[in-house]
Design a protein around this ligand. Sequence first.
Ligand SMILES: C[S@@+](CC[C@H](N)C(=O)[O-])C[C@H]1O[C@@H](n2cnc3c(N)ncnc32)[C@H](O)[C@@H]1O
Length: 271
Amino acid sequence: MVEIGPIWTQEALRDSPHIDAEKARKVQGMFAAIAGSYDLNNRLHSFFQDQRWRRAAVRAAGVNATTRVLDVACGTGDLAEAFADAGAAEVTGVDFTPEMLAIARDKGRRNSGAPRADSAGTSISAPTARTSVTYHQGDAMQLAFPDQSFDVVSIAFGIRNVAVPARALAEFFRVLRPGGRLVVLEFADPTNPIVRWGSNLYTKRIMPWTASMVARDASGAYHYLPRSVSTFLQPREFAQKLQETGFEQCSAAPLTMGICVLHRAVRPKNQ
Ligand SMILES: C[S@@+](CC[C@H](N)C(=O)[O-])C[C@H]1O[C@@H](n2cnc3c(N)ncnc32)[C@H](O)[C@@H]1O
């Protein structure tokens, strides 16, 4: 575990974290601090819904044996691995936090059945036909891929963490082929007032403490989480941003009573 002191203090979270000039550095530091327990916290604090949300994103993207997928802000690789499980031809994961990528790479090796070596260096498990995800360190706002090189671009719980989301959206548009699909998972404030009340109680008063305890985190990552959700674009505003970027057929589907929203958009065939 990376020992990191306070990053998102109460003071730093008084204003919107999205206007913090140091947002990128702080986000990277916070994910480095919580990487080791990130998956466990996701499962526990979503009541085991998070993988279901990722599978919904994979279904919405539409994947077959020729699909090339780029998963941006892939973190520990759960969405990228779900695309590989669904039979995509090629899956690439990109993230700017090395500590998250290290976990993704380990997971990828386990999932793809890559040969493990015994102490004498002899291979003890046979490789399977499943696609292996390729993980790269990189910035969502400056993707190191040629124009129109993917059929699907995805980002789960990542766009809110990017310093300038509009720049990342422009990059997603650039690397998608015409007709390619973008899928985005993000948290939102539920619209139903009773659900919103319960969700606020849980995400603002309970989860920050319990998740910080599980992660033994001093960075403030789980205090930043609800603050970054409530100050980020809500689904309608985000759909508007997608349209401004040039995407069409933009839709937003609420998942689990609107706690999470699945956005889907298409790069027009003639652009
Ligand atoms: C909440 S995690 C999401 C991880 C993963 N997509 C998932 O479904 O669990 C957000 C990730 O965004 C990454 N991130 C934030 N800004 C980024 C940027 N500009 N470029 C690349 N990765 C970024 C962080 O390093 C972190 O791993």
